[in-house]
Design a binder for this molecule. Structure first.
Ligand code: 13P
Length: 238
């Protein structure tokens, strides 16, 4: 299982270090067997810890160059970062990254061997149009992506469930995960209002290999609770 924390635009350099210290201590003293991955904001990037992979929430698809306001692979290299989130709905819908930019990012970082957490998921109006519309939408998001890339982890994050407190139902998750797994047999995380109270239920679903968590991961205590919840499930799922 992968329990990933997307800190989004939260935490400073100092509070991220404190967060990682606390989580690391927790993992080491509580026999956590699942994989912890944390995506801090760019200003707080730091090398991975023994038990925590640190990844980038975003970077430009270049090693360096004239891309004002962006960071590239050279800046990630400074911290030994080799994991990146691509295609998050906030980058697609708020920042305005289209399919072409997402694909260029994917190709660049795949080409240099990064582990890529690639997010897909439909907005509310597509969800309301039914399952076929959802899968047509998701298919478009992955159409130009090399789904056989060995370091690819997929994440299904329905846009309407992100930061809204409205988690997808178990039925929704099962149905979409099964369909995505049929297209791409890769590790597949669920994201969207995951919290300690629903983590075990979500993780126990077939086709769910972990969770990608925003809001409920921002306090280290909560993130540790998610890891604790996952411990119960992993043992019974293996
Ligand atoms: P929330 O957990 O706040 O819904 O955010 C999910 C997310 O966007 C993770 O990438």
């Amino acid at each position: 299982m992968i329990i990933a924390a997307n800190l989004k635009t939260n935490h400073t350099r100092r509070s991220t270090a404190e967060y990682l210290d606390k989580v690391e201590r927790y993992i080491e003293t509580n026999e956590i067997i699942d994989r912890a991955v944390v995506f801090p904001p760019s200003s707080a990037l730091t090398p991975s810890r023994r038990t925590i992979t640190v990844g980038a929430q975003n970077a430009y698809h270049a090693s360096n160059g004239s891309f004002t306001g962006e960071i590239g692979a050279d800046q990630l290299d400074e911290f030994g970062i080799k994991t990146i989130l691509i295609g998050h709905s906030e980058r697609r819908h708020i920042i305005g990254e289209g399919l072409d930019v997402v694909k260029r990012k994917f190709d660049f970082f795949a080409n240099i061997g990064y582990e890529i957490f690639f997010c897909v998921g439909e907005p509310l109006e597509i969800k309301e149009a039914g399952f076929d519309a959802v899968m047509t939408y998701i298919n478009k998001q992955i159409a130009d992506i090399n789904l056989t890339y060995e370091n690819l982890v997929l994440a299904y994050e329905p846009v309407w469930a992100i930061g809204t407190g409205k988690t997808a139902t178990s039925g929704d998750i099962l149905e979409v995960h099964k369909a995505i797994k049929n297209i791409a047999p890769k590790l597949l995380l669920y994201g969207g209002s995951v919290k300690p109270e629903n983590t075990a239920e979500i993780l126990s679903l077939e086709g769910v290999d972990g969770v990608l968590v925003g809001t409920a991961s921002w306090h280290s205590e909560n993130y540790c609770r998610l890891l604790e919840e996952s411990k119960k499930v992993s043992r019974s799922k293996v």
